[in-house]
Write a protein that binds this ligand. Sequence first.
Ligand SMILES: NC(=O)c1ccc[n+]([C@@H]2O[C@H](COP(=O)([O-])OP(=O)(O)OC[C@H]3O[C@@H](n4cnc5c(N)ncnc54)[C@H](O)[C@@H]3O)[C@@H](O)[C@H]2O)c1
Length: 402
Amino acid sequence: MTDLPDQIDRDVVIIGGCGHVGLPLALAFADRGAKVAIYDISQASVDTVNAGRMPFAESGADTVLHRVLSAGRLRASADPAIVATAESVVVVIGTPVDEHLNPKQTAITRALNGCLEYLRDGQLIILRSTVFPGVTALVEKMVARLGLQIEVAFCPERIAEGKAMTELFELPQIVSSRTPAGVKRASALFGRLTSKIVVMSPEEAELAKLFTNVWRYIKFATANQLYMMANEQGLDFDRIRRGLAQDYPRAADMPAAGFAAGPCLFKDTMQLAAFNHNNFPLGHAAMAVNEGLPLYVVHRLEQRFDLGSMTVGILGMAFKAGSDDIRSSLSYKLKRILEFKADTVLCTDPYVTVDPSLLPLDEVLARADLLVVGAPHPEYRGLITDKPAADIWDVLGNGVRV
Ligand SMILES: NC(=O)c1ccc[n+]([C@@H]2O[C@H](COP(=O)([O-])OP(=O)(O)OC[C@H]3O[C@@H](n4cnc5c(N)ncnc54)[C@H](O)[C@@H]3O)[C@@H](O)[C@H]2O)c1
């Protein structure tokens, strides 16, 4: 057994703390006066963070990163020994589904296994990843087997990427633990960020997080299906949507159509389906509709254009507006479909930095015969072009019909 430091001298360590959820959380705690450590297996991200740079774009995070680093309240490390230095251990690694849509139920316990020898009596483990239901109980069992006096809590993250640095202080925080002491300690930690604490049992909280994402995914699918229905009639779905919602609060939450993608909604819907023994007709229907939208768009374009002889330009490759994140972006699915159908496909995005094949916007506008908006970045609003364009979000201002 490795020697543990004598003293716990940090408030919190975040395992997976260089990620899209972990890093904003680390910054938020540190900015509210906590002494924070990050443990992350990505040495490159650890070095970037310690050098005062964000590994990805997150609005408002750069300034806070500088502030907390200069105040000496944040330190990132790829050495798991840092886990032993903190009172609370937050786990927020990725929890994806695999290529067969199976959740990886043991992702969290495997990550904890990687720093097992640095866990110690008196710590509080807080699971913050979106987990397969039952994982909190699994971690409780793991801790009990180790014979350590450690409380376990599940406190899911509900921020939207890009809004983390405001939403972490504004959204209510769901807190769950099997013991009153666990609830009290986790509430005290998140009480640094918000006074709105919602207490649930671990099983309720696990479902609450999945239900939150699934609800959103199904709402997007409903809008997307209605969009396709209206479009088939040659009608503009967004004119209909805005008209029906005008001064009519019961329809105010009907979303606009668009690619419902990204690292969370789809995979969490599939996690819930797997949890319910694949008996989730609404969830699977939502997947079929949302994942089918790029195919529908190309199918419509095929009816109007001789795609095989055309150069098609995709504007926006991130999974949503204003983001640099391409994880599970449907723009890439669109690209793959078009690469099969069109003569040439050119892609551009003002935010994405990880794809060397992307071209400047001007070049795509000049060379493309046909444009498809893949992500409604604000930079595209009101863009003037004489090229025909498929624009589900109406960023170009000519309606959403395809
Ligand atoms: N991205 C979102 O908007 C969002 C919102 C709410 C909840 N969530 C949930 O939060 C969790 C994390 O998502 P994310 O988008 O931040 O993922 P991410 O991939 O951006 O970050 C995960 C981080 O964990 C690190 N990591 C992986 N395995 C590790 C290990 N064994 N030990 C230490 N570090 C390890 C990675 O290097 C990475 O930096 C997921 O469960 C996700 O569903 C995400």
